[in-house]
Every structure is written in structure tokens, then in C-alpha cells.
Design a protein around this ligand. Structure first.
Ligand code: KG4
Ligand code: ZN
Length: 330
């Protein structure tokens, strides 16, 4: 079964082919234009998707050595995401489905981050817990079976990736700051600065207090730029610690409460070195099977859309050309 995946929910235009056992191609066109604005500008994202969608899909088919006629299903992200951005991928997918007569399958972007963990040879066993941490979401999900998900809790305000990006902006880093903070943190000491971690009941998270606390800490300095330059690595390490610690604590709590043996990481922040290392330690301690996607499948990509499309196709979960985009999708 060959599935073409198309992703355009935010600022990456991506297309990929999954052949039932492996990813044949995963082409990602990133949009550097947002760097200068410190965040994704929706209208610019839509325009960039329009410019890149055709060549990205063509390249994915070329690398997979397949023509569109060899494709059995067209899987496309239909939410959550930026409406204008989603519309580009969805309209393109519908056009292709109409032209070729191939069935279309709508994929929930956050589901796809979870099912990216099924790309490898060893698959997670149900039930498992998913920590989905991206630029727009921070959730703990109990995955009971394929597409049977229970949301245990999520962030009340900023997502973990958003916290990395917004705090990074205060430190003078460009968007997206997450990967840069990750790199700098590796050379710093996480104990140098003590930033607060929200203590919420259940499985909820909050990062707005951390953001404010970093802002006040920088404002205390007569010359914040000089202070940042002299302490950048330690600041990044301490901030990374404050962002990742609640994630690990809540996953531990959920593992014990729901008695699961498997945990998967999902979303862009799962690329974070400190989070991966803390989760590995927890997994050893609690004897868990920990799944962490390959780096290429952590941040937004169409390979995760293609495999999720295949899993849906195997279960008869096919859509029609009436498929709609949703900016929010539970
Ligand atoms: O999943 P993703 O590519 O897009 C969304 O669905 O949001 O996640 C992007 C987010 C950004 O906030 C980015 O800063 C963060 O993931 N991110 C990281 C790392 N790589 C990406 N955050 C921390 N450490 C990283 N290595
Ligand atoms: Zn994402």
C-alpha cells in the first residue's frame, strides 16, 4: 500500500510516501521568512505553502520513484493548525484525489505526531501514554488502541514549544528558539538559575509564570544584554530544566496511576536533548518501554501523516472530497 502524505498545518510544507513498511521519501520545505518576525505569520505561511506545495509533492514522488498513479491513498492534515495554511495542503490533496480518483484521508496533526512512533520496525504496544509536546500543544494522552485516545490533561496557557520560543526571543534568539536553546543548554549548568515550575493538580501544565519570571530576572539587570551574553548557556540550561521537569513529573504520575508499560514522545519538543535524557532515566527507573521518534519525525513532517493515513486506511477510515479543515481539532 503506497500512501502519499501531505502536511501544511503551520510553517513546513511537506510531502512523503509510506509503502506499508517504510518511508520512501520525506521532503520538507521550511519557511525561513518567519525568523525575522519572531513567530509564524499566518498569511506569509499560506503564501509560502502555495509556492512550495507543487514542487514538494513532485519531489516526494520522484524520490520514492513512483508516479501519482502508483499511489493508493492521499492522506492530508486537516487540523489542527492555521486555517489558511491547512487550506493549501487540503485543496491540493483534493485536486489530486479528483484528478486521479484516489481516496482521500484526513489526518489529525496531533494524532500523526503520536503515530510517528509506528514508523520504526518495533511498534508501541497498547495501551500507552503519549507526551505530545509541540509549538501549539502540550498534552498527556492515554492511547488505548488505534484512534482511541483519552486526553488526560494539557496546558492551561502556553505550550512547551511556545515557552521555548517566547523565552528564546527575550534572550535575543531567532524563531524557532527551541533548537537553539537545546544546543546552548548542553554547554550550561541547569542549577545556576532557579526558575519556578507551576504546581498544578492532575495532568495540567502552565508556562506563563515561567515566562514572566525570566522576564523579571532579565529586567533586574542594569544591562540585560550583557548579562544574557555572559550567562547564555546557563540561562538556556536552567530554562530547559524548568520547561522539561513538569513534563517528566506528570508522565511519571500517569504511568503509576494508569499502570502502563509504554510511553511515547511526540511533537517538535520531543527533539529536545534534556527531555529525551530525562525520559530515558525515568524509563530505566520504572522499567518502561520508551519510544522516541527519529529526529526527522519529531518536528513537522509528512511521513507521520502518511503512516497515520495508512493506519486509517487499514481500518476503513476513508473520507470524501467534502473533507473540511479545522483550526482546532480535539
Ligand atoms: O511539532 P512542531 O514541529 O510544530 C507544531 O506542531 O507546533 O513543533 C515545533 C516546536 C517549536 O516551538 C520549536 O521551538 C520546538 O518545537 N522544538 C524544540 C526543539 N526542536 C523543535 N524545542 C526544544 N528543543 C528542541 N530541540
Ligand atoms: Zn506539529
Amino acid at each position: 500500500m503506497n500512501v502519499l502524505g501531505i502536511e501544511s498545518s503551520c510553517d513546513e510544507t511537506s510531502a512523503s510516501v509510506w509503502n506499508g513498511t517504510s518511508i520512501l521519501s520525506n521532503v520538507i520545505a521550511s519557511q525561513a521568512i518567519h525568523e525575522q518576525f519572531g513567530g509564524v505569520v499566518p498569511e506569509l505561511a499560506s503564501r509560502a505553502h502555495q509556492q512550495k506545495i507543487w514542487t514538494t509533492v513532485e519531489q516526494a514522488l520522484l524520490e520514492a520513484k513512483l508516479s501519482v498513479q502508483n499511489i493508493d491513498y492521499i492522506a492530508v492534515t486537516n487540523g489542527p493548525g492555521l486555517m489558511g495554511a491547512l487550506l493549501v495542503g487540503l485543496s491540493f490533496a483534493k485536486g489530486l484525489a479528483l484528478q486521479t480518483g484516489k481516496p482521500i484521508i484526513g489526518v489529525n496533526h496531533m494524532d500523526a505526531h503520536i503515530y510517528a512512533n509506528f514508523i520504526g520496525e518495533t511498534k508501541p504496544e497498547f495501551p500507552f501514554l503519549a507526551l505530545t509536546v509541540s509549538g501549539g500543544h502540550t498534552q498527556i494522552v492515554l492511547v488505548k488502541n488505534f484512534f482511541e485516545h483519552e486526553l488526560l490533561g494539557q496546558t492551561r496557557d502556553d505550550a512547551a514549544g511556545e515557552a521555548f520560543d517566547k523565552i528564546g526571543k527575550m534572550l535575543g534568539l531567532t524563531y524557532p528558539a527551541g533548537p537553539q536553546i537545546d544546543k546552548l543548554a548542553k554547554m550550561g549548568n541547569k542549577k545556576t538559575f532557579k526558575f519556578p515550575q507551576a504546581k498544578l493538580d492532575g495532568y495540567e501544565f502552565s508556562y506563563s509564570g515561567l515566562k514572566t519570571s525570566v522576564l523579571y530576572r532579565l529586567k533586574k539587570e542594569a544591562e540585560p544584554e550583557v548579562f544574557i551574553a555572559q550567562n547564555l548557556n546557563d540561562l538556556c540550561a536552567s530554562i530547559s530544566d524548568a520547561i522539561t521537569e513538569p513534563l517528566v513529573k506528570k508522565i511519571k504520575k500517569a504511568v503509576l496511576e494508569y499502570d502502563v508499560k509504554t510511553v511515547v514522545l511526540a511533537g517538535g519538543v520531543s527533539a529536545n536533548g534534556m527531555l529525551r535524557s530525562k525520559m530515558k532515566t525515568l524509563a530505566q527507573h520504572l522499567k518502561l518501554n520508551l519510544f522516541v521518534p527519529d529526529m526527522a519525525y519529531c518536528t513537522d513532517n509528512a511521513a507521520m501523516i502518511a503512516i497515520t493515513g495508512a493506519l486509517k486506511a487499514e481500518r476503513g477510515m476513508i473520507d470524501t472530497l467534502g473533507l473540511k479543515p479545522f483550526a482546532s481539532l480535539s
